[in-house]
Design a protein. Sequence first.
Length: 277
Amino acid sequence: MPARRRAAVLGSPIAHSLSPVLHRAAYAALDLSDWRYDRFEVDEAALPGFLARLDPAEWAGLSLTMPLKRAVLPLLDEVGGSAAAVEAANTVVFTGAGRRTGDNTDIPGMVAALAERGVTRVPAAAVLGAGATASSALAALARVCDGEVTAYVRGPARAAEMLRWGRRLGVAVRTADWSAAAEALRAPLVVATTPAGAADALAGYVPDRPGTLFDVLYDPWPTPLAAAWAARGGAVVGGLDLLVHQAALQVELMTGRPAPLAAMRAAGEAALVARTV
């Protein structure tokens, strides 16, 4: 049987993904010269056929981005606890017997990124937004937040969704309308899960002594909110921190080797700088 040496990130769109940069940096640091990591444009309709064509003797695993994290679940032989909790897998690992195991490294990646900045327990938290990333944020907060999480959302449907996730994940969640989102910034930990530009207007409402902001965006960086937060002396965890930590966990799952976190972060930072010049 040939050595397992292939992995890739799938999604649509996919050209922007930094995953190849991070994983290739890991392979180089680990001296895994026979490993390669690619990217493929794959949507929900094409996913079953793509998976069926992969030789598990050659392929170690896959990273998944939108819109595939939920679409992949029926195609898996086994779903790990984190992926089952949020009904989304961002990682597929192939066994030698050809079985597909799905996992979610976004959740432990968030916890690890916070811990790296010294945030291991908070008395309360706020979440901005209610999309797919918000459910992962709630799952991460279940591990670090001792009290209530307030989710600031647009409309009753999104509010109901966040309350459902709270019940499922064992998190005490209350919802508030997006029009009151400035109030979120007074929380000890604020997790911004909104698309680029959606939270920019909140930059003018950062309090004088802010707590910790976890803004899941990484390009462009810093966001106006993150820049205002740092200017006020608050701690900021960014999207690159999350990306590096979740990718490091993927590297460990796929290769069985400890991930070279520093090398992966340096490669990610260099790639983002290159995008701005």
